[in-house]
Design a protein around this ligand. Structure first.
Ligand SMILES: [Zn+2]
Length: 234
């Protein structure tokens, strides 16, 4: 069973709203065949980050990166470089703990402190939060809403953290991704970074445009409401 389905089932059991329409359909016309958002969790990765951001920009791909606060201590990175290369930053939490049944104080550290760090270092307030493991509860949605963060899940998961060969990651994504999809990857792995560049080339050859989450939501007419959960944009 796919992670997207699991997320939807989990949300249904919790009676939490998930904004998800059918993704993957391609409209006819003279523009791109469709729009896809590549997203990367768990960074930043210090010196490896700049070259990766630049390589994506050179291909005309704008992506979204979900940052962990603790990584900034181990891998100091210039967060302003993301926007400088056309990319978007989101919140992934401070310590990467799973956020179910956590106290309000803990949630404020995980979401609020990380959002503040991004704003201070990048000069831009993040609009998206991706909960580690895709796990969240009503308290997470409430705080995300107060912080003007929408919750971003995903609709395509190559499990690159598990299958760390470039060929496996590329094959998995290219067999699934279509218009409106949100692809989950982790740019902390060299194989994932190499796969991402190959995927960008292949998806562009199919006519797709690679855009940030905010751009994808805007193109698809999604409101991206604070505190609401989105897995893709059909
Ligand atoms: Zn993560």
């Amino acid at each position: 069973m796919g992670k997207r389905i699991l997320a939807l089932l989990a949300a249904a059991m919790l009676l939490l709203p998930v904004r998800a329409a059918a993704c993957g359909s391609v409209s006819a016309g003279g523009g791109p065949a469709g729009y896809i958002a590549l997203t990367f969790d768990d960074g930043p990765s210090g010196p490896a980050t700049e070259a990766f951001l630049q390589a994506l920009e050179q291909r005309g791909a704008a992506c979204t990166f979900f940052i962990c606060g603790y990584r900034m201590q181990d891998f100091p990175t210039d967060l302003s470089a993301y926007a400088a290369h056309g990319h978007e930053l989101g919140v992934h939490g401070w310590s990467h703990i799973y956020l179910r049944s956590e106290s309000r104080t803990t949630l404020e550290t995980e979401l609020g402190d990380t959002a503040q760090l991004i704003e201070e270092m990048a000069g831009l307030r993040p609009r998206w939060f991706r909960p580690p493991g895709g796990l969240y509860d009503e308290a997470v949605c409430t705080l995300a809403g107060e912080l003007d963060l929408s919750i971003a899940l995903w609709s395509v998961d190559p499990e690159d953290w598990n299958h760390r060969t470039q060929a496996q990651i590329v094959s998995s994504i290219l067999s699934q991704a279509g218009d409106g999809d949100v692809v989950l990857m982790h740019d902390i792995f060299p194989a994932s970074r190499a796969a991402a560049l190959e995927i960008v080339d292949a998806l562009q050859a199919r006519g797709y445009a690679l855009v940030t989450l905010s751009t994808l939501a805007a193109i698809k007419g999604a409101a991206a409401e604070a505190g609401a959960v989105y897995s893709c944009f059909g």
